[in-house]
Design a protein around this ligand. Structure first.
Ligand SMILES: [Zn+2]
Length: 352
């Protein structure tokens, strides 16, 4: 089969590899769709020390079961896994318990491994699901007829849910998302779904702002080096600033903007990390002090977040079809990376 294999920085090569052979307890999926994550792009451009090449990337996937050596394999609801079932996967796999699994924060566990990092991912026609993942109920059956490219959003939407599970957005809040890529748009839509009074996005890319106007938001604001966007956000929130600011772009300047624009008593979430090569950003931390801000981080997702994302997509009430803007065959994955970098696309999905 042809797979997109990460071999090192700037080297993601579509090449012939063997179809995986199953061991006891494992399941083989034929991949229908696998979206490109921002981290796939980051791995391609900058490399990732957590990944031992060669490794097939791709962890936002939907596929169907073509072979199983998990005779007792079941979904979380107890129904058996059967050949032909269409599924999505919670990609955090645990090899035991620790204090973080005990507190229901398995995304932070030291016992975790992850698809496309430690196990081959789904930029390939077939992906092998490890026995631990099957036994832990990490596969979720797709029972509706929602297309597979849209269901591939369950993984990134789950990561977005993880941040929201600690932000508690509700009817009293105004929200601003810095970064109007696919993740930023998903944050904005979830904020709206939770009843936020006003939801704005900010971005430096005009293409992205244009696309953001297709969604039910209160404004899409251009970020400029003169800082005019900060004044604009203040005006749009009665001079107070937003109650919640989520940073969905990997830039220290955006993190500082978030502290600057947040209302007093506001909540700020650093959803995106900074490049590991330069993780230190100059921040005016006096905003945290004088405005009594609450700052949170967000990394990966808990299984409960994935379950909630899966349920929301399944309900058909989430505009997933508008978020997947491009579908490409695997041999055009480089074009997909390019579309993401220019901001012409929201989600780019590789389809098989
Ligand atoms: Zn992802």
């Amino acid at each position: 089969m042809k797979a997109a294999v990460y071999e090192g920085k700037e080297r993601v090569i579509v090449q012939e590899v063997a179809v995986p052979m199953l061991n006891e307890g494992e399941v083989l999926l034929a991949v229908d769709a696998c979206s490109i994550c921002g981290t796939d792009l980051r791995t391609y451009r900058h490399g990732d020390l957590k990944i031992n090449p060669p490794r097939i990337l791709g962890h936002e996937f939907c596929g169907h079961v073509v072979e199983s050596r998990a005779t007792e394999g079941r979904y979380a609801d107890g129904t058996p896994i059967q050949i032909g079932d269409r599924v999505v996967m919670y990609i955090v796999i645990l090899a035991g318990t620790d204090r973080y699994t005990e507190m229901g924060r398995e995304n932070l566990s030291g016992k975790r491994t992850t698809m496309s990092y430690h196990h081959d991912g789904a930029f390939a026609p077939f992906v092998r699901i490890p026995a631990n993942a099957v036994a832990q109920g990490n596969l979720f059956k797709v029972a509706s007829d929602i297309p597979s490219d849209q269901m591939s959003l369950a993984e990134p939407l789950g990561c977005v849910m993880n941040a929201h599970s600690r932000l508690g957005i509700g009817l009293k809040d105004t929200v601003t998302i810095i970064g109007a890529g696919p993740i930023g748009i998903m944050h904005a839509l979830l904020s709206r779904a939770q009843g936020a009074q006003k939801v704005f996005v900010i971005d430096t890319n005009e293409e992205r702002l244009k696309m953001a106007q297709d969604f039910d938001l209160d404004g899409a604001i251009l970020s400029t080096s003169d800082g005019a966007h900060r004044e604009r956000i203040a005006e749009l929130t009665n001079g107070n600033g937003p109650d919640v600011v989520i940073v969905a772009v990997s830039a220290g300047a955006a993190q500082n903007d978030a502290l600057e624009i947040a209302a007093k008593a506001g909540r700020v979430n650093f959803f995106a990390g900074l490049p590991k090569s330069s993780p230190v950003a100059p921040l005016n931390v006096n905003h945290i002090h004088y405005k009594e801000l609450s700052i949170s981080g967000s990394y990966s997702e808990k299984k409960s977040d994935f379950q909630a994302a899966y349920a929301l997509l399944h309900s058909g009430r989430f505009p997933a079809s508008k978020i997947v803007t491009h579908r490409l065959p695997l041999d055009r994955i480089q074009d997909g990376f390019h579309l993401m970098e220019t901001g012409e696309s929201l989600k780019v999905c590789i389809t098989f």
